[in-house]
Design a protein around this ligand. Structure first.
Ligand code: SAH
Ligand code: SF4
Length: 377
């Protein structure tokens, strides 16, 4: 990994000559050291590096994530001198939504931009019945993997989001949820981009989400959805963080998968299947296979049989997602009865299978419909 310290010889993170910094690569140090969306341990290192006690990190986090106070001068339990120092050498960068589109079903899509007009989105998905309030986050602007059915894939790749930008989305949408009298309960990495292709920033963000000094959510309330990049999944297992894992399978065999997901040629289905029991053991939870259903492509009983053959001995369940229309994509969702038939076949063969009824379709906020500002207009 490239490190900003390589340029000056002095680590921009710790002000010392040591380490590798991944969070300050893209920042202008003149603007100060970014403190928002940074894992707790790194914040502690930062305080130590400026000659302060490590517990200052906890105090600052309480202000930022607990009380929503971002002005150092008002962090009254910090010594006045430290408050002044922090204002001079550090910063907290929040996101402001450029546009909020509310869907009829209560979900909402939030459009954000970086300072170079690269747009990315988060989605709020309420489930009042279960009192579940989920935020779907983007990990990249665009995506490199070009799945044939996905709006994000069609726009190409623009950039990786930083953990500051990922947590910025979450903070903004959590405030929106609170204004409605509710609180955030779940986070899914199912927005724009491929989380395993930006895994360092995603893991930093997850560590803030599950930290008791951050958002305080349990690991099982965070879900990472991936096309199945083994290096990324292994990185999660090395990190000690235990989010739930969903793998976008979308086809019952190698040949069909390659037709709709170019990445399938690189990461073969058989290899992917080997990681599933490993991750289930590690996280102590079953893995989910997402299966987007396309009319007359992967929705027949023969497809269901193939799928069963592939996954029947794995600690995994299936989430069926009827295809959500994307402009310029020549696929159609199957009729409801066909989706139910597919589900029934799996259930009858002891595979746990659910159907995801996507929310937010009227604002193009459903799975696979996110394409930055293009989809809002
Ligand atoms: N890159 C990750 C996460 C973002 S996509 C991944 O691919 O898993 C999140 C989910 O939306 C994936 O399961 C993907 O298969 C699904 N998806 C993409 N386009 C879709 C569409 N048009 N209709 C329904 N689901 C779609
Ligand atoms: Fe990228 Fe996921 Fe869309 Fe494929 S489905 S193009 S991996 S965002």
């Amino acid at each position: 990994m490239q490190c900003a310290s390589g340029m000056s010889g002095l680590c921009k993170k710790t002000f010392s000559r040591c380490g590798v910094s991944d969070i300050f690569i893209n920042m202008n140090v003149d603007d100060g050291i970014e403190l928002f969306g940074v894992p707790h341990e790194e914040l502690e290192d930062f305080f130590e590096s400026i000659g302060e006690r490590r517990f200052r990190a906890r105090q600052v986090c309480k202000w930022i994530y607990g009380r929503g106070e971002f002005d150092f001068s008002r962090m009254t339990d910090l010594p006045a001198e430290l408050r002044k120092k922090l204002s001079e050498i550090s910063r907290i960068t929040l996101l402001d939504a450029v546009e909020v589109a509310r869907a009829e079903d209560g979900s909402a899509k939030f459009l954000f931009s970086d300072d170079e007009n690269r747009f990315f989105e988060a989605v709020y998905i309420p489930d009042e019945r279960k009192n579940k309030h989920t935020v779907c986050l983007s990990s990249q602007v665009g995506c490199k993997f070009g799945c044939k059915f996905c709006a994000t894939g069609k726009m190409g790749f623009l950039k990786n989001l930083t953990s500051t930008e990922i947590i910025g989305q979450l903070h903004y949408v959590r405030e929106y949820i609170r204004q409605g009298g509710n609180d955030l309960t779940n986070v899914v990495f199912m927005g724009m981009g491929e989380p395993c292709d930006n895994i360092d920033a995603v893991l930093d963000a997850i560590s803030v989400i599950v930290s008791q000094f951050g958002f305080g959510l349990g690991h099982r309330r965070v879900l990472v959805s991936t096309v199945g990049i083994p290096e990324g999944i292994e990185a999660i297992m090395k990190s000690g963080l235990r989010p739930k894992l969903a793998i976008s399978l979308n086809a019952p065999d190698q040949r069909k998968r390659e037709k709709i997901m170019p990445v399938a040629k690189k990461y073969l289905i058989d290899e992917l299947m080997k990681i599933v029991p490993e991750y289930a053991r590690y996280s102590k939870r079953w893995v989910t296979f997402e299966y987007v259903m396309f009319r007359d492509f992967n929705d027949s009983l023969e497809d269901a049989r193939e799928l069963l053959r592939l996954i029947k001995n794995l600690p995994a369940k299936v989430n069926l997602i009827p295809f959500n229309p994307v402009a310029g994509v020549e696929f159609y969702p199957p009729d409801d009865r066909i989706v139910l038939r597919f589900q029934s076949y799996l259930l009858a063969n002891s595979v746990v299978a659910t159907i995801r009824r996507s929310k937010g379709r009227d604002v193009s906020g459903a799975c696979g419909q996110l394409a930055g500002k293009y989809s809002l207009r």
